[in-house]
Design a binder for this molecule. Structure first.
Ligand code: TRP
Length: 452
């Protein structure tokens, strides 16, 4: 398959935008606050930030190198560099993780879609208890969440198959700043609620006694999930990068924007959660039972403003989720297209079918005890399996591959765009890829298994 027929991103800004669009999504607005809430707040956030910069950025650069070097789908990219070693499996494991994530992510994106509709039609009114019950009833109902999950996969399918991604890329130039502005507006509203100070304290006053082995693994998983790292996604996107893209700079910019949005989401949720009495460790339901209260209460004197802000915010959330699901869908589509030698359209249908099936199972498992795995709903189980096991594993293999197995001159050539860049911070990057990242991930795994 030659390079032209696979297509490249049209411009450098297109690359950064699409990859940033992949990174910024429900991972920041939905998953980050609930993870931080379950794992003690500020201390978790500090560790999270440390992991993003120490492990995330070098890990992203490694994954970019694998993808851009091979210019092909994830499985073959890893096989090209890894040969017959176990490194070659990383692409397939990543692909598997990416498809599972698309399955459960669509369920949550479907919830957002429903909340968009419900806020539009004024269905999210009432006090804190009513709002919590609303979510409970909705998410555990049998039909709507499953239908919405499939709808979301189909929406993604349409964008990927029709190749209208460039439109979405351009739109995200506008959408991301807009999301940022809305976050700020809602943060102001949330912080103006009585008793909001407690939430700010929860976010910024670390209590290090709360750090244990589960917190470390949770922060690691969240960092990778939020950066889309370790699931063959960055490597698939990087296979479309041209040789002018500065890998380190792009990874750093994306990590910065991604972290900023996550922290803003925390600032939006916790002051309000403390104010209205929603427990910070409510889990996946956290934003869905907190946000409607902000819109109902903080904008009490100006209901029309609350209405507009809420509708626009849920719409933005759906779009942010869409730029992320597009990147997950692309992993499978590129793989089936190139490996089975079928058209992109058919490859996209295979991805859609598999991920819709996973999505339906996940949607049905919420609030239904009989559909559980290892004591968790299928949704929670897949979330745990992918973010906290498979993604760190793939990221570790990627760093080892680039750090030890691939000849250094190939790494240098990719890093410096064939010698056209100065190779800023190469020594630090290379050391992180060889030693720091694999060792940290390994230690967290061993620690989790109670082996150290
Ligand atoms: N990073 C995205 C978010 O924060 C989720 C995501 C997009 C993702 N593409 C991915 C996660 C690929 C894993 C793999 O919402």
């Amino acid at each position: 398959m030659n390079k032209e027929s696979r297509g490249n991103f049209s411009s450098k800004i297109g690359v950064v935008l699409a990859t940033a669009g992949s990174a910024v999504g429900l991972g920041n607005v939905w998953r980050f606050p609930y993870m931080a809430g379950q794992n003690g707040g500020a201390a978790f956030i500090l560790i999270y930030i440390g992991f993003v910069f120490l492990l995330g950025i070098p890990g992203m650069v490694c994954e970019f190198i694998v993808g851009r070097n091979a210019h092909t789908n994830a499985a073959r990219s890893y096989a090209k560099l890894g040969g017959k070693t176990p490194f070659a499996w990383a692409g397939i494991i990543g692909l598997f993780a990416g498809m599972c994530i698309l399955g459960f992510y669509s369920v949550v994106a479907g919830w957002c879609l429903h909340y968009f509709y419900a806020s539009l039609t004024g269905g999210l009114k009432g006090d804190t208890t009513a709002v919590a019950e609303y979510f409970q009833n909705f998410s555990s109902s049998a039909v709507t969440p499953a239908v919405l999950a499939v709808l979301f996969v189909l929406l993604t399918h349409f964008v990927v198959a029709k190749g209208v991604k460039s439109g979405i890329e351009k739109a995200s130039k506008l959408l991301m700043p807009l999301l940022f502005i809305f976050l700020i507006v809602i943060i102001i509203a949330s912080c103006s609620l009585p008793g909001a100070g407690e939430g700010i304290k929860f976010l910024f006053h670390p209590d290090f006694s709360k750090i244990d082995r589960t917190v470390l693994l949770a922060a690691l998983g969240q960092a990778f999930f939020s950066l889309s790292l370790g699931a063959a996604c960055l490597c698939t996107y990087a296979s479309y990068f041209d040789k002018g893209v500065n890998l380190l700079q792009s990874a750093s910019q994306i990590a910065l924007v991604d972290t900023l949005i996550a922290i803003l989401a925390g600032l939006m949720i916790f002051p309000a959660a403390f104010s209205v009495g929603v427990s910070p460790d409510s889990g996946p339901s956290l934003i869905f039972i907190t946000l409607p209260n902000v819109f109902n209460q903080a904008f009490g004197s100006m209901p029309i403003v609350g209405y507009i802000v809420s509708v626009m915010f849920y719409a933005l959330l759906v779009l942010a989720a869409l730029t992320s699901t597009i990147s997950m869908h692309e992993i499978g589509t590129a793989f089936f297209h190139e490996e089975l030698n079928i058209s992109r359209g058919n490859a996209a249908w295979i991805t859609t079918a598999i991920c819709s099936a996973i999505g339906v199972l996940c949607a049905l498992s919420v609030g239904n005890g009989s559909l559980s795995l290892f004591g968790k709903s299928i949704l929670d189980f897949l979330d745990f399996l992918t973010a906290q096991i498979l993604m760190p594993l793939v990221a570790m293999l990627t760093c080892l591959l680039v750090g030890w197995y691939v000849p250094k001159d190939i790494v240098w050539r990719e890093y410096t765009n064939r010698g056209t860049l100065r190779g800023t911070l190469f020594a630090i990057f290379y050391f992180c890829a060889r030693v720091v990242c694999p060792l940290c991930i390994l230690m967290i795994f061993l620690d989790q298994l109670k082996l150290i």
